[in-house]
Write a protein that binds this ligand. Structure first.
Ligand code: NAD
Ligand code: LMR
Length: 332
């Protein structure tokens, strides 16, 4: 349906650049909301959390940019109000890791949080683009998709796992290896968002000369970059500030695409690339358009080293995806 038609059929409060952040008072939610407040494409910002959002919203609302900020909590239908008329919903709600934990260890807590928020989205913002940050992303994206399917409102073009943090880390880490400007480094990162499912395609980065132990160390650092932060924060959580930057970049890309700009970003979506191997979700470069996913790019030419990384990633991804799908089937 065209953008104009969607406007006509939806509520009068529909706002093409309205963004909701669910989990907005948290470690990621606050700086992410700040960055979205600074984005001139955002004209409305809805902040939802279990508590604290009225304060965060009041604080941000004094910044003189062109968006109205409102804070909501679950009381008095807060989720419904927060989701009214939004184009993009970003979800960083959920618990973060502590040292010694894997992202999968968060599943038992975060799966039900994400499922319940997805039910709200199905009811109150069924046409919104949904950006999932809550871990384990490899499983929470299928959870959201299964909930939306069960409510008859799933559009695979509109559900995204945010893997942008892996992409920005890869730019930074490769620049440290090569002594270059990170701003000019672009590394495509594909697969998923945890450990061995994170696959940087260094052969396509413009530095195909990186090899041997240097390559092993670089790939390992990109795959396990999250652990560096978890360890350094020493029990106080995981990446929040770099994640806020990554989430704001990805949400900003979708808003640019909604205005007709062509934007290409790696993101974890329902993908045809490895469906024949039983892997229904995969991150690769995606051209974004007004309706969300416009084109899913193939991986391009890989070397034997990268083929092996992909094979390992697929094994883990298959299990992570099944875990999310089974969770919704057993706990609807
Ligand atoms: P945090 O604990 O600081 O904040 C989470 C917020 O979610 C809290 O304010 C909490 O009140 C809120 N929340 C919990 N249940 C909720 C619900 N039902 N409805 C609304 N809000 C709810 O955690 P954080 O550091 O912001 O991390 C959040 C999540 O993001 C974690 O799962 C973490 O693993 C994940 N994460 C993902 C990436 C990524 O690259 N995708 C990067 C960093 C962190
Ligand atoms: C990250 O990559 O930093 C996030 O997924 C948080 C984590 O648990 O490492």
């Amino acid at each position: 349906m065209s953008f104009v038609a969607r406007r006509a059929f939806s509520s009068s409060s529909f706002n093409p650049s309205k963004v909701a952040v669910l989990g907005a008072a948290g470690g990621i939610g606050q700086p992410l909301s700040l960055l979205l407040k600074l984005n001139k494409d955002v004209t409305g910002l809805s902040l939802y959390d279990l508590r604290g959002t009225p304060g965060v919203a009041a604080d941000l609302s004094h910044i003189p940019t062109n968006s109205k900020v409102t804070g909501y909590t679950p009381e008095k239908g807060g989720l419904k109000e927060a989701l009214a008329g939004v184009e993009v919903v970003v979800i960083p709600a959920g618990v973060p890791r502590k040292p010694g934990m894997t992202r999968d260890d968060l599943f038992n807590t975060n799966a039900s949080i994400v499922r319940d928020l997805a039910k709200g989205i199905a009811e109150f913002a069924p046409k919104a683009k949904v950006l999932i940050i809550s871990n384990p992303v490899n499983s929470t994206v299928p959870i959201v998709a299964e909930v939306l399917k069960s409510k008859g409102v799933y559009d695979p073009k509109k559900v995204f796992g945010v893997t942008t943090l892996d992409v920005i880390r890869a730019s930074r880490f490769i620049s440290e290896v090569k002594g270059t400007n990170p701003v000019e480094e672009t590394v495509t990162v594909v697969g998923g968002h945890s450990g061995h499912t994170i696959v940087p395609l260094i052969s396509q980065s413009g530095h195909p000369d990186i090899s041997g132990e240097t390559l092993d160390a670089l790939v390992n650092r990109i795959q396990f970059g999250g652990d560096e932060v978890v360890k350094a924060k020493d029990g106080a959580g995981s990446a929040t500030l770099s994640m806020a930057q990554a989430g704001a970049r990805f949400a900003g890309s979708l808003l640019k695409a909604a205005k007709g700009e062509t934007v290409v970003e790696p993101t974890y979506v329902e993908s045809p690339l490895f469906k024949d191997q039983g892997v229904d979700y995969f991150s690769s470069k995606v051209t974004l358009g007004p309706e969300g996913v416009k084109e899913i790019h193939p991986l391009g030419k890989l070397n034997a080293y990268e083929e092996k990384l992909i094979a390992t990633a697929l094994e883990d991804l298959k299990k992570n995806i099944k875990k999310g799908v089974d969770f919704v089937a057993q706990n609807p």
